[in-house]
Write a new protein. Structure first.
Length: 316
């Protein structure tokens, strides 16, 4: 049995990781500043796993003393804490830098000093930027278009440096537009699927930034949980960067058509200016995840969308 620390464990993806760890009977500690996370997510995760709410530390992962306390006695760190939004990082690059770079450095130092066996980091497909070649392979060059993308790039490079300099085992899992239950539609910076589902269920028109032809490899959260947990135990992968996604490509116009169909909505979208820092197309090559982790998507996009709509409308 390992002891896990999940930073950002009260957030959307973090709470799903916590849920699966609790289901497996693991010991879990959560560090979260509740900026986008909520205690209700942790309670829901624990209830779904039939386990007590795990140990919770509230505060900033970039606070070195707190990060040190959080990493004490831990075997595996799942570093999910972040300010997770491209437009938010464009609006406020300094706060995003603090959360995404200072926070990552602090937890790396703490993990190194606590003798953590492995740290797995939430990377982002945004680091590929507008490289035209598709699908995106991990060996393609970085082309960040936003502070968020740059910060995620630096985060994964910091991991590799800690592996090279200090021998800390690290793995970056690059996420591709993750969605599912507990993704909060409460902010204009929320993920597009949560916003579309909310708009459709309230009979409101969604906003589409640009012509809606941009595409994303939308990934249901259970796939990410599976990929990340495989990365905690797979042998010989320290220092690696690995895409975990569905390997599909859905345009925003197609996405709205599907959400609208599932909810019986009749509104049509309002089209706005393209968002600064946005990339046009995104689709993952997941060959490396298959080879190194034995990963394959377990929940397809359409099924994930049905589950998400069911959850959002109280039938989940
Ligand atoms: C990026 C990363 C993703 C993850 C995320 C942070 C890419 C390809 N993906 O997601 O992996 O790191 O950041 O959580 O960089 N949009 C609308 N209407 C809305 C909201 C969004 O049209 O109301 C558009 C938006 O302009 C974009 C697409 O929907 O083209 C997806 O936006 P998002 O904010 O859900 O995610 P994205 O792609 O920035």
């Amino acid at each position: 049995m390992a002891r896990f620390l999940v930073t950002g464990g009260a957030g959307f993806i973090g709470s799903h990781l916590v849920e699966e760890l609790l289901r497996r009977g693991e010991t879990v500690r959560v560090l979260d500043n509740l900026s986008t996370g909520r205690l209700a997510n942790l309670e829901a995760a624990a209830a779904a796993a039939g386990a007590p709410v795990p140990e919770f530390l509230e505060g900033d992962v970039a606070d070195h003393a707190l990060a040190r306390r959080a990493a004490e006695g831990v075997d595996v760190v799942l570093h999910q804490a972040a300010m997770p939004s491209v437009p938010r990082s464009v609006a406020d690059p300094v706060s995003a830098n603090h959360a995404n770079i200072d926070g990552t450095l602090a937890i790396l130092v703490a993990a190194r000093d606590a003798g953590v066996k492995r740290l797995v980091f939430a990377g982002s497909s945004s680091v590929y930027g507008d490289a035209l070649e598709m699908p995106k392979r991990e060996d393609m060059p970085y082309k960040p278009l936003s502070p968020y993308a740059l910060q995620k790039q630096v985060g994964e490079q910091y991991l590799q440096m800690f592996t090279a300099l200090y021998g800390l085992e690290t793995v970056t899992i690059r996420y591709f537009n993750v969605f599912g239950p507990r993704q909060d539609p409460g902010s204009p910076y929320s993920g597009v699927i949560s916003l579309f589902v909310k708009a459709a269920s309230e009979g409101r028109a969604p906003t589409i930034y640009g012509d809606g032809g941009q595409t994303r490899d939308f990934t249901y959260v259970a796939n990410v949980v599976d990929g990340v947990l495989r990365a905690t135990t797979a042998p010989g992968i320290s220092g690696q960067i690995i895409n975990v996604a569905t390997n599909g490509r859905v345009s925003l116009n197609e996405l709205w058509a599907q959400v609208r169909g599932l909810l019986g909505a009749t509104t049509t979208p309002v089209y706005g200016e393209p968002r600064a820092g946005d990339i046009r197309d995104s689709q993952a090559d997941i060959t490396k995840a298959a080879t190194l982790l034995g990963y394959r998507p377990i929940v397809p996009f359409e099924e994930g969308l049905r589950r998400t709509v069911a959850w959002a409308t109280g039938r989940g």
